[in-house]
Design a protein around this ligand. Structure first.
Ligand SMILES: NC(=O)c1ccc[n+]([C@@H]2O[C@H](COP(=O)([O-])OP(=O)(O)OC[C@H]3O[C@@H](n4cnc5c(N)ncnc54)[C@H](OP(=O)(O)O)[C@@H]3O)[C@@H](O)[C@H]2O)c1
Length: 392
């Protein structure tokens, strides 16, 4: 009797175990099926999404083509790469002919002058002017007003009828004769937040060189402090490791240009066009980094480190992390447009050998000339130079 009871218990236990196992297997199978169904739905959804984005991109391209066709020859740039038979020996030297140059910080005191100098002195060069924000002024950026004024986009001929006359109308028209040498057709304005690597990659696409004039400092003071700007102050406190255009922004742009150069090399490899292959030899210096002469300002402390410490970090990272790009650092003297005449000879000294220890000045127009001319001066590759003019 006892043995029968034990046997019965054992068989019930065995049955329960079998039930549990088969239920677990059932659950597992069901989960797998639902997982597969889920994956299939996700795939379908992502397929739909990518198809939708592709269609949208195609529609946008179509719109751009239609707009360009409407604009006709007026928007045609004044340069086109020369044909093989037109190639001159100088085309194989460093040159800005047929090149696309990106100016970072194009609405700044220096950047706007750099754009002006490039447009007026290199009519066969496309200038991509990267400003922080193209809309109206905002708490953390200043539109493109300075750039537009400096390049002459606001020049024109105005007339104003006297208040007592019947014809009191005011008119303002562009004068093609005045503006013909401004070469505004070669200027492309783009908006870019340099702290965002994706935006940097987009604006650097197809560029041959970058002139870096962006900064988070007003002189030697962080803009947050000099402008008592709450938005900047908040940014500085909220993320003390970020927001330094001189380091993170610079790094993003260097990475973007390196990628653009790699893409160009790849394209040239597959190109049968002789000029695009030959063009490699004529490339300008890839990156001109504008920095500050050690005697231009007093050093100041910021939440991220000292002013000159931050500048130095930017210079070091360019040399150490981006050796494949040809680059030069120009440490400019303090800008002075009131007491320093323009068109003076540019003085340059290797920063490592410079023991002058005195404040030196430069007019912004001469600073812009020095920076642009550096692009095609092969002897400056890899150097860090102090740049100024003698006051007059
Ligand atoms: N000022 C001098 O006397 C002097 C002397 C020697 C060397 N330097 C050096 O020369 C360079 C240019 O100075 P500057 O006086 O021309 O400077 P600036 O007038 O302040 O111009 C800097 C530009 O950078 C832009 N910018 C800042 N952060 C940005 C971001 N996150 N994304 C996109 N754009 C951003 C600013 O745009 P928004 O204003 O729209 O934000 C501004 O247009 C700096 O490296 C400076 O240290 C200046």
């Amino acid at each position: 009797m006892k043995t029968t009871a034990i046997l019965l218990c054992c068989s019930l236990l065995l049955q329960a175990i079998v039930e549990v196992i088969s239920f677990t297997v059932f659950l597992h199978k069901r989960n797998r099926v639902s997982h597969v169904v889920l994956l299939a739905t996700e795939e379908e959804e992502s397929g739909d999404e990518s198809r939708r984005y592709r269609d949208q991109a195609e529609q946008l391209r179509e719109q751009i083509r239609a707009m360009e066709a409407e604009l006709g020859p007026t928007r045609q740039r004044s340069y086109s790469p020369p044909k093989q038979e037109e190639l001159e020996p100088e085309d194989l030297e460093m040159s800005l002919r047929g090149k696309r140059i990106l100016v970072a910080g194009a609405n700044g005191r220096l950047g706007s002058m750099v754009c002006r100098y490039l447009l007026r002195n290199h009519p066969q060069t496309e200038v991509v002017a990267a400003v922080h924000y193209v809309g109206e002024n905002s708490p953390t950026s200043r539109g493109y007003g300075r750039l537009s004024y400096e390049v002459g986009a606001e020049d024109g001929v105005g007339s104003l009828g006297p208040a007592w006359s019947e014809e009191r109308d005011a008119t303002f028209t562009y004068d093609p004769e005045v503006m013909q040498n401004y070469n505004l057709q070669n200027l492309r304005l783009v908006e870019c937040e340099f702290l965002d690597p994706v935006q940097c990659a987009t604006v650097a696409e197809g560029c041959d060189a970058v002139i870096w004039c962006a900064t988070d400092f007003n002189g030697n003071l962080p803009r947050a402090v000099s402008g008592l700007n709450v938005a900047f102050l908040f940014r500085a406190v909220a993320s003390p490791d970020k927001g330094r255009v001189e380091v993170e922004g610079l790094q993003n742009m260097l990475g973007a240009l390196r990628q653009a150069q790699l893409d160009k090399k790849r394209q040239n490899q597959f190109s049968s066009d002789f000029f695009s292959k030959a063009k490699g030899g004529s490339d300008p210096i890839n990156f001109v980094l504008v920095s500050t002469d050690a005697n231009a300002f007093k050093n100041t402390e910021t939440p991220f480190g000292s002013f000159y410490g931050i500048k130095q970090r930017g210079e070091d990272l360019m040399k150490e992390e981006f050796p494949s790009l040809t680059s030069t650092v120009l440490r400019l003297g303090r800008f002075d447009d009131n007491f320093v005449a323009e068109d003076l000879p540019i003085e340059m000294t290797d920063a490592a050998d410079d023991s002058a220890g005195q404040e030196r000045l430069i007019n912004r127009r001469d600073a812009a000339r020095a920076v642009v001319d550096a692009l095609t001066n092969e002897s400056l590759v890899g150097k860090t130079l102090n740049v100024w003019t003698k006051a007059r």
